[in-house]
Design a protein around this ligand. Structure first.
Ligand code: 13P
Ligand code: SF4
Length: 311
């Protein structure tokens, strides 16, 4: 307890001393979210990364997010508390395999979910997040053939909501694939009036029964604006930290995960590699730093900028 109080105080002091900004994703542990200057979804975090006047960007999220911040701010120092904070979507889509995939569909454009490496972004026509994917797809004429990578669950959802034929890469998020239908039904038996809301990285059987589907920020907005009192939330459980603050009087239940998952609800083990201790060390030492090949950086910027100008 003493150590964590010391860390919080020091992190706040270092923020001022170094003109640093802490950008955190909703899936970070509560203590990190509370110290952040900004907490958001992937799209908002990349927008903040463009706007910031800070000299040091401390990214409390996973590697592809910190990389995106660096691509948008090549002259700034971007640190990630733990460089091993990966993502099952990004890690299972190598640049070489993605290039092969593209080669098989030469007349298709590639719309790529932001959850991928800078190398894969550099090979893409345009990037999207879960918050703007529908809009980005619909910005192209219906006759335009499209490949979509690397999340097949989000891809299937987008096929449904846009009515387009997308050729999908076979990847998925380990966290959003861990929800247990059997346990979910048990929860529903206890709370038959609960409204299920879900992130589009979830599998189609979950999305089919969800009353609302959207990005982390969209889910937050939904519970705030909706008049219902009781929700089952199918995304990473740490979002409940912000959500409960926004709707203190509503009941929020994290969707239960199957036995293979490390906790009863779905938690992203990659996100949780960042700890207060590592955040503090990253601010003191200004590393581990995100360093990138200048050519990859330049080529990955174009599809991200295209996304930002369209959304
Ligand atoms: P969003 O916050 O953009 O909805 O992304 C969810 C996610 O899984 C990030 O890794
Ligand atoms: Fe990747 Fe899923 Fe973790 Fe998000 S929650 S970082 S998509 S593994």
């Amino acid at each position: 307890h003493h150590r964590s109080e010391f860390l919080k105080k020091e992190i706040k002091r270092l923020k001022k001393e170094k003109n640093a900004i802490i950008l955190a994703h909703y899936y970070q542990e509560a203590a990190i979210q509370d110290l952040a200057d900004f907490v958001g979804d992937s799209l908002e975090l990349s927008r903040k990364a463009v706007e910031t006047q800070a000299d040091l960007i401390v990214f409390a999220g996973v590697h592809f997010m910190a990389e995106t911040a660096k691509i948008l701010n090549p002259t700034k120092k971007v640190v990630l508390p733990d460089l091993a904070a990966g993502c099952s979507l990004s890690d299972n889509c190598t640049a070489a395999a993605f290039q092969d995939f593209r080669n098989r569909y030469p007349d298709h454009i590639a719309i790529t979910y932001i959850n991928c490496s800078a190398e894969v972004k550099a090979l893409s026509d345009i990037v999207c997040t879960s918050a703007n994917a529908k809009k980005i797809i619909e910005s192209f004429p219906r006759s335009q053939p499209i490949i979509f990578a690397p999340d097949k669950n989000l891809g299937k959802y987008l096929i449904n909501v846009t009515g387009r034929k997308l050729v999908l890469w076979d990847g998925s998020c380990v966290v959003h694939e861990a929800f247990s239908m059997a346990k979910l039904l048990d929860v529903w038996k206890l709370y038959p009036h609960a409204k299920l809301i879900a992130h589009p990285e979830s599998e189609s059987h979950i999305l089919k029964i969800a009353r609302f589907v959207g990005s982390t920020s969209a889910m937050l907005r939904f519970v705030k604006e909706d008049t219902h009192q009781l929700y089952i939330v199918a995304t990473e459980a740490c979002i409940l930290h912000q959500m409960q603050q926004v709707v203190p009087n509503k009941i929020l239940i994290p969707a239960p995960a199957n036995e293979d998952n490390t906790c009863a609800c779905s938690e992203c083990a990659f996100m949780k590699l960042n700890t207060l201790e590592k955040l503090y060390q990253a601010m003191v030492k200004e590393k581990p730093e995100i360093l990138m090949d200048p050519l990859i950086l330049k080529n990955a910027l174009k599809p991200i900028q295209k996304m930002l100008s369209l959304s």
